[in-house]
Design a protein. Structure first.
Length: 67
């Protein structure tokens, strides 16, 4: 299991790689400044176009490609 500092570092690097440093910082700012329920957002917005079987297959594929 990853410790908190390492996880935060890895997460910020992922955000910066995908969004660029400025937009990654903006993303973090928005999370901290807006009332935001990640669990509710995830339920309502993430993978809504995929079945449970499709999500499971994608997760299996990811795990095999990223040991």
């Amino acid at each position: 299991m990853t410790n908190s500092v390492a996880l935060l570092d890895k997460g910020m690097k992922c955000l910066a790689n995908e969004l660029g440093l400025v937009q990654a910082e903006q993303f973090v700012y928005l999370l901290l400044s807006e009332p935001f329920n990640y669990t509710e957002w995830r339920r309502d917005n993430l993978f809504t176009d995929m079945s449970v079987a499709e999500i499971s297959q994608a997760a299996d594929k990811y795990c095999k490609e990223n040991p």
